[in-house]
Design a protein around this ligand. Structure first.
Ligand code: ADP
Ligand code: MG
Length: 254
């Protein structure tokens, strides 16, 4: 099967006040077309750093870094950036407070000189389960879940093949988390998206991902299937500890 993302020996080292922070080291994995690959681990284990390295937002070293089957250039072109979209944890911080939903969704289409902007904004709003009434509202006039729907609509409006999701439900109430996860599952199907989902929550990744990487202190401990995660068929002690510590694990639907 064609690999959409290939990462080999990726490392990201930050220099903070003369000190080295090895945020990610020796990271290797592949994501196949249409797959949702999960990355879990405690806070500070390097999950966001891996996504940012793939997106070209932080300097990294690797023997192979391919995005959409192509070697990823150090400096990404506008076209490269268009192929890959990110959704972050806090939609309130990522949406401009003085832009309406309409402005927010229109902007990427205008930047890329796309056609049929009105129709595409209408379709995007419907796609993420918002009502036409939300179109001219500002972020503060929406609930957390609705704001995350807007952020997802913005990420998808240019039809990117790849979506990188960094804790997309972590800031939401539990009931709303499930709605957003179901929406992501639906969109993955209808857009045949390839995605990486980062979360500290095992239940969230088990719900949406086929394979899951476990991160600890900048290293990838192992990669397991969602079934292995549910049945506890893991080889690393650290993964076992993470499962035991995860109170929410009981919520994982079979
Ligand atoms: P996670 O997403 O798993 O919580 P991060 O990837 O954000 O972890 O961070 C991994 C490590 O790298 C942490 O020790 C964090 O403090 C450090 N780090 C992340 N970004 C930067 C940065 N821009 N400058 C310095 N250190 C950073
Ligand atoms: Mg993070």
């Amino acid at each position: 099967m064609a690999q959409v993302i290939t990462v080999k020996d990726l490392s990201v080292i930050f220099h903070v006040g003369g000190r080295e922070v090895r945020a990610a080291e020796g990271i290797s994995f592949e994501v196949a077309k249409g797959e949702t690959f999960g990355i879990v681990g405690e806070s500070g284990s390097g999950k966001s750093t891996i996504l940012r390295a793939i997106a070209g937002l932080v300097p990294s070293k690797s023997t192979v870094l391919e995005v959409d089957g192509q070697p990823a250039a150090r400096r990404r072109s506008r076209d490269d950036r268009r192929k890959l979209q990110l959704v972050f944890q806090d939609p309130y911080a990522s949406l401009h407070p003085r832009q309406t939903v309409d402005d927010i969704l229109r902007e990427p289409l205008e930047i890329h000189h796309e056609q049929g902007i009105d129709e595409r904004v209408t379709a995007a709003i419907a796609d993420v389960g918002l009502s036409p009434l939300h179109r001219f509202r500002y972020p503060h006039q929406l609930s957390g879940g609705q704001r995350q729907r807007v952020a997802i609509a913005r990420a998808l409006i240019l039809n990117p093949p790849i979506l990188l999701l960094d804790e997309p439900t972590s800031a939401l109430d539990v009931s709303v988390q499930a709605e957003i996860l179901n929406l992501l599952a639906k969109l993955r199907q209808s857009y045949s998206l390839t995605s990486i989902l980062v979360s500290h929550d095992l239940a969230v990744v088990a719900h949406l991902c086929d394979r899951i990487a476990i991160m600890q202190l900048g290293r990838m401990v192992e990669v397991i299937s969602a079934d292995d995660l549910r049945s506890g068929t893991v080889s690393a002690d650290y993964t076992r500890k993470l499962i035991a510590a995860s109170r929410g694990f009981a919520r994982i639907p079979a």
